[in-house]
Design a protein around this ligand. Structure first.
Ligand SMILES: Cc1ncc(COP(=O)(O)O)c(C=O)c1O
Length: 397
């Protein structure tokens, strides 16, 4: 089928929940993808921070193929070898002690919210159930995670909002302090807000949250669904600040492109007992074998270290565009999660880039977001910036 045929049938049979560009991607290798008409694109969306090792990395492909021949699925009624290996690997390379696996970022955050309520009960706080999140955050689209998400557009049409979630301005410690009450059980925060427009936590903010959580006996949850797994130049984003949360949620890049979610907890937060939380597919052999291969590859090649160098190069190139175009205000972000902030809606630039063979996207209306594979080369960065330059010119920036 070509693009047109896939889109026509998609419009007829697939529910209308996404604003999609008019192409169907059918193949990928490294930093490139091809659509159903054979057109090639440089992919600086990478499944929105999923394809960290590039498309179809041989180590991940091999792990999936091998596991598919052995055992694709079995229940968590039994022990699962690759799941155990993945948990060990994540624990050994982080400040956490145990892992729970699920299938997506939203599910990982759901698990964290349940865990926070259970933690409070286990500590004897019978009335603590409220989670404080931040304005412009994004934590998912399930009913609980959309309530934790601090964006009205995500709530729209799904009111009334659930009791138990409160959101306050990001990077504002006093606002969190004011919001803490005798009902609070946890604070959830992204070390960098991705969907909210690529906003990095100020120095001292995360440390301040840690302090408040210790003072009030709350769980500190870092949502690293988008920023974890090497994207910020460390394996996990919390390692940049040195602030250790009690709980960290992961998904996206963890399994090199296969659906997975994870919640890591420290000893203090390891409070679930059998029967309290579960997932049929969570930690299944196929996904966890892919994740073991993906994380192993990241460690063997020291991909996070390369991210820091590439980030400096990319920021420098993007800054040249800011200097050139009046409608661009700044570059922000960390590692290979970068945003080009415009003073007007930037959706047209995304479409112009697509026409020229570059995939990027736009968050918060006017922030062009770049989340390329972490394996991207400087030549590919040059290629992307050249296309972006032409697109900005064409769109009157
Ligand atoms: C920070 C963050 N948390 C949670 C989610 C939700 O993840 P998923 O779409 O896998 O449910 C996302 C998705 O973009 C995210 O960026």
């Amino acid at each position: 089928m070509n693009n047109k045929e896939i889109i026509a049938e998609g419009q007829e049979y697939v529910m209308n929940t996404y604003g999609r560009l008019p192409i169907a991607l059918v193949e990928g290798k490294g930093s490139y993808v091809w659509d159903a008409d054979g057109k090639r694109y440089l992919d600086f969306v990478a499944g929105i921070a999923v394809n960290a090792l590039g498309h179809c990395h041989p180590a991940v492909v091999e792990a999936i193929s091998e596991q598919a021949h052995k055992l694709i699925h079995c229940s968590n009624l039994y022990w699962i070898e690759p799941q155990v290996k993945l948990a060990k690997m994540l624990v050994e390379h982080s400040c956490f002690d145990k892992a729970f696996f699920c299938n997506s970022g939203a599910e990982a955050n759901e698990a964290a919210f349940k865990l926070a309520r259970k933690y409070a009960k286990a500590q004897g706080y019978t009335n603590r159930y409220e989670v404080i999140s931040t304005a412009n955050s994004f934590h998912g689209r399930t009913l609980a995670t959309l309530n934790a998400t601090g964006q009205e557009k995500v709530h729209h049409n799904f009111e009334p909002l659930l009791d138990g979630f409160k959101s306050v301005p990001y990077n504002d410690l006093a606002a969190i302090e004011d919001a803490i009450s005798d009902k609070t059980c946890a604070i959830i925060v992204e070390p960098i807000q991705g969907e909210g427009g690529v906003i990095v936590a100020h120095a001292g903010y995360l440390a301040g949250l840690r302090h408040l959580c210790d003072e009030h006996d709350l769980l500190l949850i870092f949502d690293e669904v988008q920023v974890g797994c090497g994207r910020t130049g460390k394996l996990f984003a919390y390692q940049n600040s040195g602030v250790k949360p009690d709980v960290m949620t992961l998904a996206k890049a963890l399994a090199g492109g296969v659906a997975i979610g994870a919640m890591l907890v420290n000893q203090r937060a390891d409070v679930f007992v059998p029967g309290e939380h579960a997932s049929t597919f969570g930690g299944n052999p196929l996904a966890t074998a892919a994740a073991v291969a993906a994380i192993n590859q990241m460690l063997v090649e020291d991909i996070p270290e390369g991210v820091t160098l590439k980030s400096e190069y990319f920021i420098c190139k993007l800054q040249q565009l800011v200097d050139k175009y009046d409608s661009l205000l700044s570059v922000r972000g960390q590692g290979l999660l970068l945003g080009l902030v415009a003073n007007k809606p930037a959706g047209a630039v995304v479409e112009a880039c697509q026409g020229k063979g570059l995939l990027i996207n736009c968050t918060a209306g006017s922030v062009l977001r770049f989340v390329p594979p972490l394996t991207v080369s400087n030549d590919e960065i040059d290629e992307a910036v050249a296309i972006l330059d032409q697109a900005l010119q064409e769109c009157g920036f």
